[in-house]
Design a protein around this ligand. Structure first.
Ligand code: SF4
Length: 214
């Protein structure tokens, strides 16, 4: 199977099976999405969804969050990974949103990554989910599944290399959806330690499956 055929099979299967995939993080406005994505680094969406209802209730806007203090905010996110750093990030980024962005969420990767706690992956998620831009955020699931499938070369060593290869081959209109497809497939089927190939519906274009003659 050529790389082109593999990409075509990938887009065909997922666009038919999951035409409108969505993030599993719960949010109701752009600020909440930004906060949830920052919190979700190295943590599960399920854990984040447990803490955000109270957090969003008591800190509903950048102004509320920016005017709070570490000791007030920390208890709300105590149970997520790296709560100390994430509390500092949320205080700093909400302050910057108020002071430099009129409390709006920026629309460009450059502006977003100027906010504390917002790396390229987080910025890509924001522009893709909020503004429907063709951005590919590469997390651990996207990194692993795209390699196993053979969409990306085994020699790709960094998330940025994986992002570039995926964006080069996936048609623009599907890029933001492809991010969710790879995450969901990695989260529920193509698990890190033991891929569930026996119940996987895409063995017909998976390089890992083909190579290991499972
Ligand atoms: S066949 Fe196995 S390795 Fe390939 S995508 Fe499915 S679960 Fe992952």
């Amino acid at each position: 199977m050529t790389k082109k055929e593999r990409y075509e099979a990938f887009v065909k299967y997922f666009s038919e099976s999951y035409p409108q995939p969505e993030t599993e993080l719960q949010y109701s406005n752009p600020f909440e999405l930004l906060v949830a994505v920052v919190l979700s680094a190295q943590c599960t969406d399920a854990r984040i969804n447990k803490v955000t209802p109270a957090l969003f209730r008591d800190f509903p806007t950048p102004e509320y969050m920016a005017s709070s203090h570490f000791d007030e905010l920390f208890p709300y996110i105590r149970s997520v990974s790296y709560p100390n750093n994430k509390t500092k990030h949320l205080l700093a980024l909400s302050k910057k949103l108020v002071e430099e962005f009129n409390s709006e969420i920026p629309t460009t990767i450059k502006e977003l990554t100027s906010l504390q706690g917002v790396g390229r992956k987080t910025a890509n998620v924001i522009v893709s989910v909020l503004y429907n831009q063709p951005a590919m955020a590469v997390d651990t699931h996207v990194f692993r599944v795209s390699k196993r499938l053979g969409l990306v070369t085994q020699t790709a060593k960094t998330p940025l290399e994986v992002e570039r290869q995926l964006v080069k081959h996936i048609p623009e209109e599907y890029i933001s959806r492809a991010h969710h497809w790879l995450i969901l497939h990695g989260r529920y089927v193509c698990l890190a330690r033991k891929p569930q190939c026996e119940k996987c519906e895409i063995i017909h274009f998976c390089k890992y499956f083909e190579k290991n003659k499972l």
